[in-house]
Design a protein around this ligand. Structure first.
Ligand code: NAI
Length: 341
């Protein structure tokens, strides 16, 4: 089985090579992203393996089908970059629904603590032998209220971490899991969450419903000084509205592992270039904004689990035995296939 692997990075290769060799899947690594311009590189392969910022739109899908390619293997959980409706019945799309919710939830808390305790500032100061504490005052998480939007695998781990800090949790999910409710965790309507949270963390998928869930209107409802955490998908936040709210001091801090226009920049070295996205550049220039480049997933455990599930998904589809991790568009909504394809 031969797979064209797009947007390949050095940290991807060890686990994919080891597991691929063991199980009979050969990967050809391409540094470029999959787009309409690069899709022809996949000619002659059985499938393509892609990540969060590769493009799997109508044109790319049609070209893959024309080249007789059977499979798109996403090595990630989110599939907002895939036109699942167009793909349905034409080409198999598989994903990795879970690989380490701990990796993402722990990164979210790492960003929160870094931000509110000014660790990013302290690191730079002490390296310069500046031991002054002015401007470094933070606040305790103990006793504060965190609003968690999306209480799936990652949201639940994040809630547990917050409980460990003695925080009160207000949760919102389209499909609440009442089993997690307790004295300190309570499902509430979204507006209530906005109005009462000191910190808001996003752990829902990007859909038409959740697009810009953090926008001017919702920020208006929030407490002054609220901290916004987004480790989910960039377009959950209207970045311009966030920037304006930071400038007006309504939002106290933002921690962003994702950004709406990240595909133009993230995963690449732009240190010698002029970044022509003024909103991103202005956000990064703010002392109370921390941006990481979609790295919340990046732990050894997650990389191994991603490779293992992806290789098994590829074998399942190409050998005909199937996989439950196939995306299905039956009933008009993309969901994991339970062998109904
Ligand atoms: P999950 O599927 O276990 O949980 C998502 C939750 O969101 C579910 O409980 C679902 O009911 C809820 N939800 C769906 N629509 C909603 C809506 N309209 N409003 C509120 N909640 C809604 O997914 P998981 O594994 O927890 O991942 C969450 C998100 O994290 C993914 O969609 C992905 O975008 C992001 N992610 C980010 C990574 C990173 O490296 N930064 C890595 C992995 C995932």
């Amino acid at each position: 089985m031969k797979i064209a692997f797009f947007d390949a990075k050095p940290y991807d290769k060890p686990a994919f090579d080891a597991l691929g060799e063991k199980k009979g899947v050969k990967f050809k690594y391409f540094e470029t992203k999959l787009t309409e311009d690069t899709v022809s590189l996949a000619k002659g392969y059985d499938g393509v393996c892609v990540f969060v910022n590769d493009t799997v739109n109508e044109a790319v899908i049609d070209k893959l089908v024309e080249m007789d390619i059977k499979l798109v293997a996403l090595r990630c959980a989110g599939f907002n970059n895939v036109d699942a409706k167009h793909a349905y019945g034409k080409i198999h799309i598989v994903r990795v629904p879970a690989y380490s919710p701990y990796a993402v939830a722990e990164h979210a808390m790492a960003m929160l603590l870094t931000s509110i305790r000014r660790i990013h500032k302290a690191y730079i100061r002490t390296r310069d032998f500046n031991f002054s504490l002015s401007g470094m005052t933070g606040f305790d998480l103990y006793g504060k209220t965190v609003g968690v939007i999306g209480t799936g695998k990652i949201g639940k781990v994040f809630i547990n971490i917050c409980k460990g800090f003695g925080m009160k949790v207000l949760a919102y999910d389209k499909y609440p899991d009442r089993s997690i409710e307790c004295e300190t965790v309570q499902y509430v309507p979204l507006d209530f969450l906005f109005e009462h949270s000191d910190v808001i963390s996003l752990h829902c998928p990007l859909t038409e419903e959740t697009y810009h869930v953090i926008d001017e209107r919702s920020i208006e409802k929030c407490k002054r000084g609220v901290v916004i955490l987004n480790t989910s998908r960039g377009a959950l936040v209207d970045a311009e509205a966030l920037l304006n709210a930071i400038k007006s001091r309504k939002v106290g801090a933002a921690c962003l592992d994702v950004y709406e226009e990240e595909s133009d920049f993230f995963f690449e070295d732009f240190s010698g270039h002029i970044v022509d996205d003024d909103i991103l550049a202005r956000l990064i220039s703010m002392p109370n904004v921390i941006v990481t480049s979609h790295q919340a997933f990046l732990t050894e455990e997650a990389l191994y689990n991603i490779a293992e599930t992806t290789v098994d998904n590829i074998i399942g589809i190409l050998s005909g035995t199937g996989t439950e991790n196939e995306l299905c568009y039956r009933n008009g909504n993309a969901h994991d296939c339970k062998k109904c394809f």
